[in-house]
Design a binder for this molecule. Structure first.
Ligand code: OAD
Length: 238
């Protein structure tokens, strides 16, 4: 039995699966990841992308921030891929309890998943920093330069920037699902960013599955490692 067959069998036998994912889940939908050779962090910009998408840069140079953000971080036409769809199906079948994602693209919900824990927020939600009025992604796309609210306040994406903390309620929810999971599937993430990556340490079971194209620092801790395209693996579940 190869590792993909073993994965399918594990999934078939469980009704308490939790998925923890990252940018590699959405590359097959045409959204580049961050740390692959063709990822966002390996392209040349005036400033390092980690600097541009930081809180202090956003405060100091909002125009430059929004130029990069609109150009590189918004993919309004992206469609869910095989992995998003397979996870939504597992949830409907009552087998998957939660998707915990570092992604901000909203594709899990577009695929039909309802219990999605977004550790880093979502580009689909934006709010006025002054009056807190809510705006969708269209407002950002259709604004020239820095998007402004009708009250005169600046609109900020509901996305966790570098130097910003994660929402404690969201973190707590993620920890609870991971603690109580029978199977934890980790997929499409380099596990390089904390505190998100540290959440997997709360898993107490013995069915930790890691699916990632490249190796990660946690491969040695997993019970099953599949270094392959995640869509190929999840297509076995559709
Ligand atoms: P990374 O770019 O660090 O890692 C994505 C991983 O997915 C890489 O290890 C790839 O090898 C793998 N990968 C890419 N395509 C794949 C595919 N089709 N199948 C399987 N694996 C694939 O992205 P994240 O780990 O999500 O934070 O990055 C974490 C955080 O860093 C992001 O949420 C973002 C970034 O800074 C914020 O913006 C706050």
């Amino acid at each position: 039995m190869d590792n993909i067959d073993k994965f399918v069998q594990l999934v078939q036998e469980s009704d308490n699966i939790v998925f923890f994912g990252g940018a590699g889940v959405s590359t097959e939908s045409g959204i580049p990841d961050f740390r692959s050779p063709d990822g966002l962090y390996n392209q040349k910009y005036k400033y390092p992308p980690e600097t541009i998408i930081s809180h202090s840069f956003y405060q100091r140079y909002p125009e430059e921030f929004y130029r990069f953000y609109k150009d590189k971080m918004l993919y309004p036409d992206a469609k869910p891929g095989i992995t998003h769809l397979a996870l939504a199906k597992l949830e409907k079948e009552g087998k998957l309890k939660a998707v915990i994602t570092q992604n901000i693209d909203g594709l899990h919900q577009k695929a039909g998943s309802s219990n999605v824990i977004e550790l880093h927020g979502s580009v689909l939600r934006n709010y006025c920093e002054r009056c807190h009025k809510f705006y969708g992604i269209d407002k950002i796309i259709n604004s020239e330069g820095v998007p402004m609210c009708e009250c005169g306040g600046r609109i900020k994406p509901d996305v966790v920037l570098y130097e910003e903390g994660l929402d404690s309620y969201v973190l707590e929810k993620a920890v609870n699902y991971i603690k109580n999971a029978d199977i934890l599937i980790i997929g499409g993430t380099s596990l390089a960013v904390y505190p998100a990556a540290g959440l997997i340490d709360y898993y107490r079971g013995n069915k930790l599955v890691l699916i990632n194209k490249s190796e990660t620092s946690r491969d040695a801790h997993a019970n099953l490692v599949i270094n392959d395209a995640i869509g190929k693996v999840f297509s076995q579940l559709l």
